[in-house]
Design a protein. Structure first.
Length: 285
């Protein structure tokens, strides 16, 4: 058994034989190791403002994000997606963009995020990315560009190009969730209604490529049309499953996040109203 750097299309009949990918292990190990080092060695002795020590919940969320990233980038999901099934590649996209980055951002304590954007240029970039327009353009531009036939068919057998695309997906996922989560108050994050509207747009815009996949009568990508069949799933059926996965799966993930934001916003409004009522009653006594 040979060890590959990253998953790529091999043109071999599919089998459930495990394939090791050293690049995946190095990436996951470096991410987990960097987080562990930061939490253990870089935690400030004094906390100011809304800073606080790293909690178990944050460590759990970050660990879950890294686990999702590992599952999506290693065998068998990455292998099936690289050269066999477009539907599995779409699932991998959802894990890289919609699931793992959000969990990892929630798992980063505020003191660590502030440390990461220290300096004038990093701070300006971070603040710029809290505005919805640029993330919308970047995230959906990456989605549309990575689904072009020239891209899908052109990088399949080159493991370093596949690696570059996967990293691009991961980065676009962080850009997607950065304005939606609004972790740092000093960046003037969007209000909850605006965040909900931002995520709603990210539900509707991907329906364009999803519709081409779902309603296509012929295979769009030769890479998956000519791939060895897995369980006799035809290329057209696989393509339609990919479109449904992109539309329904992505929509459910973002809608769940929107629902959580709505209830948090509602609780905040109720708390504010109670505080205002208490202040009015105190002023009348």
């Amino acid at each position: 058994m040979t060890v590959s750097f990253w998953c790529s299309a091999q043109g071999l009949p599919w089998s459930w034989t495990w394939r090791p990918y050293i690049g995946v292990w190095l990436l996951i190990g470096s991410i987990a190791g960097s987080y562990a080092y930061a939490v253990r060695r870089l935690t400030p002795r004094r906390f100011a403002g809304d800073d606080r020590p790293t909690t178990r919940r944050e460590i759990l969320l970050f660990g879950l994000g890294v686990l999702v990233l590992w599952v999506g980038s290693d065998w068998p999901i990455a292998t099936l997606g690289a050269g066999y099934l477009l539907s599995v590649k779409t699932l991998q996209y959802l894990l890289f963009v919609y699931v793992a980055p959000g969990l990892m951002l929630l798992g980063m304590p505020r003191w660590l995020l502030r440390r990461m954007i220290r300096g004038r240029i990093p701070f300006r970039i971070a603040k710029l990315l809290t505005r919805p327009l640029i993330p919308l353009i970047v995230v959906n531009g990456v989605l549309l560009g990575s689904n072009l036939p020239v891209v899908v068919d052109g990088i399949g057998k080159n493991q370093f190009l596949v690696f570059a695309l996967d990293i691009t997906w991961m980065l676009s996922g962080f850009i997607l969730w950065w304005p939606a989560l609004g972790r740092l108050p000093e960046l003037n994050p969007m209000s909850y209604p605006t965040r909900i509207g931002y995520l709603l747009l990210n539900i509707f815009l991907p329906t364009v490529p999803a519709s081409f996949l779902t309603f296509g009568q012929f295979p769009i990508y030769s890479r998956y049309e000519l791939a060895p069949r897995v369980y006799n799933i035809s290329a057209v059926t696989d393509q339609q499953l990919a479109g449904i996965t992109m539309k329904v799966g992505g929509g459910l993930i973002l809608f769940s996040a929107m629902t959580a934001m709505f209830f948090r916003w509602h609780r905040g409004e109720e708390a504010r109203e109670r505080a205002d009522e208490g202040a009015r009653s105190d002023s009348t006594t």
